[in-house]
Design a protein around this ligand. Structure first.
Ligand code: ATP
Length: 757
């Protein structure tokens, strides 16, 4: 039993050609029982009033009662429930639909979105500049194009001038002698209609007399000019004048289909996007709910007019009840076929802020992946960056810059192979390199050297996954964790007036004594770290810590992976990342792993990207909604040039450290052997030790490496050797009391050591 009014308001397409929506006219007795009619009796009466019969789509004439009844008594007798269908005598029939109320002007206008008073290109400096740039470029190109062809145009026009003069004279003659009326006069003559013929002749002679006058004057003036020229002007200028005149006659007199000059630009005019185009396209997608709604006569609605938006068309669509924007997004390639546009032009998105059935369809004039991107402002020589401020990251479908703020954030980038993760990571690290204060770590675990342009600025740089490379990276990450701990103490000890939010601020980052400059770490193919048999757990632990505590302390960790699953991107990391960039992925799980839980359900689906959408992904975390962005593609040569500029600015600031300064990582001294060290802290006569006691002694043994370790860290470090903590009996040195707690026996540790050897 339906409790909703079944009337669909007219869309912007205009009224339904089949007349008002005859919702109760279906002759199906199962769906149109008298009882149903009672329940629907209080729907919006505006549509069906005063209609007694209607023709259904099947052509049957069925009775329709006016839907204006407010009480059971107002329902026409023939529409009331039959006696045997009706409720028991004495039962009051209650109407469930609310009475129809018309929204006041204030209610409907109060929530309306105001359209801009003046065109956006007049209020937006960026858009104005972009249009002005285009016009200047267009004019310059057209001028150069034709200027280059002048040596061809002049002889062509001159040669064509003879034919053009002939055509001009013939047309003039036909006009003067009224050739137009010739067939009519001949017709009168052939029919021997003497009276009509004579009348037509008279009119024609009068016309010829009227037209001959100005032409004769023109001829006399022309002859006078020729005479004067021959008498008073030198032959050189006379010939020049004649050639120019003939050329102009040839130019203007050329046939319309054979102009002398060709087109300087070929403009591709994309057809307008219309509501009927969208309706046809949506109905062809084979979406059950949508087709059923159409079969019942319900239409999709367009809450706003379809309008130009950047270099494309935007249509806001309210889908029929029960159909979600996600259903359409999942069929983007079919939609592009139905709209007869390239897939890179068709961008369906949901707007969950309105409701799940709101579809925002943007159809661009050109394929987003092939459209020329505006020059990246940060590629300009001398560009510098303040990482605390938003920086241009990529362009949206309309070609506008989309910013990103790397400070106070961690980021994950995910996609299937060859979609542009590394290029995006390199771009982000270039942004970081352009802030001369920032400390940079770049790790390329794919091992192809894609991040090598950054090596000239990086404090830590690693490429490949050989054991010694990984070991070096582990040492640097341990140092980074130590640095994070140092920063927590610095921040903690700062007075509230200097650091009210307990986080690094631009002012604190500028103070050299505090050493709180931004740190940016980029790891490509991070799954290599987390799946590493020996160091995987430790690296995961450090990265989780950095993702959670790093942002407030000025440390940004950016992880890119081609396998966004729980193993490659541990949940502790993926759940805490603030910024997310998801290029094409294959399924819902990968989508939500990168973009965040439930994003797929909300219609943010990176599965819709095509293989050709390289560098295009959903950016989430910057602003309220995820948005489609195409990152900036700088090849290795360009990236090297930008990084060289960044290095020059760093040199001026005296901030070339670590790898960029040629300093090697001392792996030997940093190398940890937690098994040997744990055995070493057992004193003579001790067979068992609690984990807490061991980590305290380890911190005394090697403060640089073990300071801050917990029992959990120790368990993780010893796990690869097959040693697990278990309950051991020992005595508290402070209280002298014995107890069973988690710990290790010397025997188990020694056995593991012997096995390892
Ligand atoms: N923003 C972009 N604009 C245009 N093309 C791009 C963009 N980003 C990447 N590409 C193209 O995609 C190709 C693959 O990029 P990239 O190496 O970054 O992919 P990947 O996802 O890191 O691949 P893999 O998984 O193999 O590491 C590049 O060589 C480039 O041609």
């Amino acid at each position: 039993m339906s409790t909703t009014a079944d009337h669909t308001p007219e869309s912007v397409n205009g009224p339904d050609p089949e007349g008002p929506h005859v919702v109760n006219s279906t002759p199906d007795p199962s769906t149109n029982t008298p009882a149903d009619a009672t329940v629907n009796a209080t729907g919006d009466g505006a549509v069906n009033t005063a209609t007694d019969t209607a023709v259904t789509r099947a052509g049957n004439v069925v009775p329709i009662r006016p839907d204006t009844a407010r009480t059971p008594e107002e329902i026409p007798e023939q529409d009331r429930p039959a006696a045997d269908d009706a409720a028991e005598p004495g039962t009051v029939v209650r109407l469930v639909d609310p009475p129809a109320t018309k929204a006041t002007w204030w209610e409907s206008a109060g929530n309306a979105t105001a359209r801009p008073l003046v065109a956006r290109w007049l209020t937006s400096a960026e858009e104005f500049k972009s249009r002005a740039r285009f016009l200047v470029r267009y004019a310059a190109h057209t001028f150069a194009f034709h200027a280059l062809r002048v040596p061809v145009y002049v002889p062509t026009a001159f040669l064509r001038s003879f034919g053009a003069t002939g055509r001009l004279v013939a047309r003039l003659r036909a006009w003067v002698f009224d050739a137009e009326s010739h067939p009519v006069r001949m017709n009168a003559r052939d029919r021997s209609d003497a009276e009509l013929y004579m009348k037509l002749r008279e009119i024609r002679n009068e016309t010829v007399r009227r037209r001959m006058g100005p032409v004769m004057v023109g001829v006399v003036v022309l002859l006078a000019i020729v005479y004067l020229c021959i008498t008073f002007v030198t032959p050189f200028w006379n010939w020049t004048g004649l050639v120019v005149a003939m050329t102009l006659v040839g130019w203007w007199g050329a046939p319309a289909d054979k102009p002398v000059a060709g087109r300087a630009v070929d403009s591709v005019k994309t057809p307008k996007l219309t509501s009927s185009m969208i309706e046809d396209a949506l109905c062809s997608l084979g979406i059950g709910g949508l087709n059923q709604a159409y079969a019942k006569g319900k239409r999709i609605e367009f809450p706003n007019p379809i309008a130009r938006d950047g270099d494309g068309w935007r249509a806001d669509v309210d889908l029929p009840l029960g159909v979600t924007a996600g259903d359409i997004i999942a069929k983007r390639d079919e939609l592009s076929s139905a709209l007869r546009r390239q897939i890179g032009c068709v961008w369906p998105e949901g707007d969950a802020k309105v409701h799940e059935g709101r579809l925002v369809l943007w159809v661009g004039d050109v394929d987003m992946s092939k459209a020329k991107q505006k020059p990246w402002p940060l590629a300009k020589p001398g560009a510098t960056v303040d990482l605390f401020k938003a920086q241009p990251f990529g362009t949206d479908q309309r070609g506008r810059w989309v910013p990103i703020t790397l400070m106070f954030a961690s980021m994950v980038i995910g996609a299937v192979p060859r979609m542009g993760k590394t290029v995006t990571l390199r771009e982000l690290l270039l942004i970081a390199a352009l802030d001369p204060r920032a400390v940079l770590y770049a790790y390329d675990l794919k091992g192809t050297g894609d991040l090598s342009p950054l090596s000239q600025c990086a404090h830590g740089y690693g490429v490949g996954d050989d054991p010694e490379d990984i070991e070096r990276m582990v040492v640097e990450m341990r140092e980074l964790r130590e640095e994070m701990r140092r920063r927590t103490k610095v921040i903690r000890n700062l007075p509230e007036s200097v650091c009210p939010d307990n986080k690094v601020t631009p002012e604190l980052a500028a103070r050299k004594d505090l050493r709180l400059a931004p740190i940016v770490v980029g790891v490509d193919e991070c799954q290599v770290w987390f799946e590493h048999p020996e160091h995987g757990e430790e690296l995961e632990e450090i990265c989780t810590d950095l993702v959670k505590r790093g942002p407030a302390l000025g440390i940004t960790l950016i992880l890119a992976t081609q396998r966004p699953d729980a193993k490659s991107l541990p949940t502790g990391i993926s759940a805490n990342a603030i910024l997310r960039f998801c290029l094409k992925v294959m399924g819902q799980q990968a989508n939500d792993m990168v973009l965040g839980t439930s994003q797929y359900k909300s219609g943010v689906r990176a599965t819709m990207f095509a293989r050709s959408d390289r560098g295009i992904g959903y950016l989430a975390g910057e602003g309220d909604d995820a948005q489609i962005v195409r990152s900036v593609y700088k090849d290795a040569t360009d990236a090297k040039k930008i990084a060289a500029g960044a290095r020059a600015r760093r040199e001026a600031l005296g901030n070339i450290t670590g790898y960029a300064a040629g300093e090697a990582v001392d792996v030997e001294t940093a190398r940890l052997d937690p098994l040997a060290d744990t055995i070493a802290v057992f004193q003579r006569g001790e067979d068992k030790l609690w984990s807490d006691a061991i980590v305290t002694r380890l911190a005394e043994l090697r403060p640089g490496q073990y300071r801050g370790w917990t029992a959990q860290n120790l368990a993780t470090a010893l796990k690869p050797y097959g040693v697990k903590p278990k309950q051991v009996w020992s005595t508290d040195p402070d209280t002298g009391k014995g107890a069973n707690r988690n710990g290790y026996t010397r025997d188990a540790l020694t056995t593991a050591k012997n096995n390892r050897a």
